[in-house]
Design a protein around this ligand. Structure first.
Ligand SMILES: [Zn+2]
Ligand SMILES: [Zn+2]
Length: 318
């Protein structure tokens, strides 16, 4: 069920603005609306006299929290041979505190110096070499020779074995070969490419879309954001509902309002997709009255109201 919201009437809006403007700068009011030689009275300033034109418009508001950094998450690991570790440009943030993203020059993810870690080579189990049979002695550790020895008076030739330790393997029979994986450095080295630890800055941002053709939309949005609790609008949890109930809720509709709803809807979607943003309020639809006024002295100004007859705010560039 949709509830029709009561739009404030023009006199009420004008009255509220008048009181506010007089509190802010009574002299200016007197100058713009006073009569020479007469005692100045606020009562004499009426909407009927000074409001030249009025438009019934609408505004859509929602609030967004935006966080600046730390946007990137996740890490990337690299495993390299010892001589290649130094080819990377490392960064260190130890004791440096959080980084201001606005001032940071460089990638959002960088290799962190403190992440460098030795990982024992799997291929050689951290030894740096692979045991292999000595090729010179075929793993025996000995070089075997056969001497022809002349025996006795007859000097008969006799073959006699003779052996000595192999010089290539120092008699061990093993000849270690440098491990091809780690190049003999025993370890591989791992380092991580991690996000820069940016400061998280969360700021509340009002988003206002209005059907009134006004250059004061941002100012109106900022004012509304501050006093949102004191302004009555119709709240929706999604745009589908808002679109189907907007006309019944406002009691009026025009082309610009439809267009504004469409624009607000795509803006809302954009914020929903933005991972650095979070929508923190429901969607509000406000009746918006735009008044074009002129003072007694002929100065033109605009006056806006947002909200219902019960609770509304005014904005003016007066
Ligand atoms: Zn190895
Ligand atoms: Zn050998």
């Amino acid at each position: 069920m949709s509830v029709r919201i009561k739009t404030p009437n023009l006199d009420e809006i004008f009255e509220k603005w008048k009181q506010k403007a007089a509190r802010k700068d009574r002299k200016k009011m007197e100058k713009q609306f006073g009569t020479k030689g007469a005692v100045f009275s606020l009562d004499a300033i009426s909407a009927a006299e000074y409001v030249k034109d009025t438009m019934k418009e609408a505004a859509i508001y929602f609030a967004v929290k935006k966080s600046l950094g730390p946007a990137p998450t996740g890490k990337e690991e690299n495993l390299v041979m010892a001589p290649k570790v130094g080819r990377e440009q490392y960064y260190s943030f130890k004791g440096a505190g959080k980084i201001d993203k606005e001032k940071w020059k460089g990638d959002e993810k960088v290799p962190h110096f403190e992440s460098i870690q030795a990982v024992p080579c799997k291929n050689c189990r951290g030894k740096g070499y692979i045991d292999d049979k000595c090729k010179t002695c075929k793993g025996t550790g000995k070089i075997e020779e056969t001497f022809t020895v002349l025996v006795g008076e007859e000097q008969n030739k006799e073959k006699k074995p003779f052996s000595y330790p192999c010089g290539a393997c120092y008699g061990t029979g093993n000849r270690p070969e440098p491990c091809k994986e780690c190049g003999g450095h025993k370890n591989m080295y791992k380092y991580e490419v991690l996000p820069v630890p940016f400061k998280t800055v969360v700021t509340g941002v009002p988003i206002l879309h209005s059907s009134a053709q006004t250059k004061y939309e941002k100012e109106i949005g900022d004012d509304l954001h501050k006093m949102i609790e004191e302004v009555e609008g119709i709240r929706f949890s999604d745009f589908k509902e808002l679109e189907s109930k907007a006309e019944a809720s406002l009691g009026y509709m025009n082309k610009n309002i439809s267009k504004t709803i469409g624009a607000a809807r795509s803006d809302y979607k954009k914020h929903e997709k933005d991972k650095d943003a979070q929508i923190t309020s429901q969607i509000y639809l406000f009746p918006m009255i735009q008044m074009f006024c002129e003072t007694k002295r002929g100065s033109k100004f605009e006056l806006y109201s947002l909200g219902s007859g019960n609770k509304f705010m005014t904005y003016s560039n007066f």
